[in-house]
Design a protein around this ligand. Structure first.
Ligand SMILES: Cc1cc2nc3c(=O)[nH]c(=O)nc-3n(C[C@H](O)[C@H](O)[C@H](O)COP(=O)(O)O)c2cc1C
Length: 189
């Protein structure tokens, strides 16, 4: 009898944690925000490894995994990235930047979607590690794609989708409130 009672108690605990508002994954998603200012503190290699592991856990069409990554921590190269990309100035002061690239030879149609899923995983992993990060667009602007390919010696068939500067947050950025029930259409528009 006592076993049944403890089973019921445990079940209730797990159920309430999962469904009554305390869900670590959803909390992390709702906490994520673009962070563009960082302290001088270096991001540890173990954290970069965790982020890249999360990146490659993304879904991809037919599981083709058409992604490649360039991880940059060289100060001069980070500055040059910010010079090539007009809206990627956060790269200048980041500890590290991850350039998410797609291999169009592996998945010509879906590499953008696949690499976008990768990018969101990176942003969420960074948030969960108390790091700040921001998606800075490269593709489809041709001059930006070519500039970054040239700078980082990326082959022509590998297309940089975005650069994600990562560092320890310097400010106190807060997530934007975006939930809007008016965007939801049930059964039909
Ligand atoms: C495709 C794409 C390109 C973006 N490019 C840039 C960029 O070049 N520079 C930048 O500072 N932020 C960029 N952002 C970040 C957006 O500005 C940001 O996600 C948006 O303002 C919402 O804010 P939040 O991320 O804090 O929710 C980009 C986001 C996406 C999805």
């Amino acid at each position: 009898m006592s076993k049944i009672i403890s089973f019921v108690f445990c079940f209730m605990l797990v159920y309430s944690a999962a469904y009554a508002g305390s869900n670590a994954v959803v909390d992390n998603i709702l906490s994520r925000k673009s962070v563009r200012k960082y302290t001088a503190q270096k991001v540890e290699q173990e954290k970069i490894d965790i982020i890249l592991k999360a990146a490659m856990a993304a879904p991809s069409a037919m599981n083709k995994q058409p992604w490649e990554f360039v991880v940059v921590n060289d100060k001069k190269t980070l500055e040059n990235i910010a010079k090539i990309l007009p809206y990627a100035s956060p790269a200048k002061n980041a500890s590290v930047a991850i350039i998410v690239c797609g291999n169009a030879d592996i998945s010509e149609i879906y590499w953008v979607q696949d690499c976008s899923a990768v990018t969101e995983n990176i942003l969420l992993a960074a948030e969960s590690l108390k790091l700040g990060a921001v998606w800075c667009g490269i593709y489809p602007q041709e001059d930006r794609v070519k500039g970054i390919q040239r700078l980082l010696m990326i082959p022509k068939n590998i297309i940089p989708l975005c650069v994600i500067p990562v560092g320890y947050p310097a400010g106190n950025d807060l997530p934007k409130q975006k939930y809007n029930p008016a965007k939801i259409h049930n059964n039909k528009w």
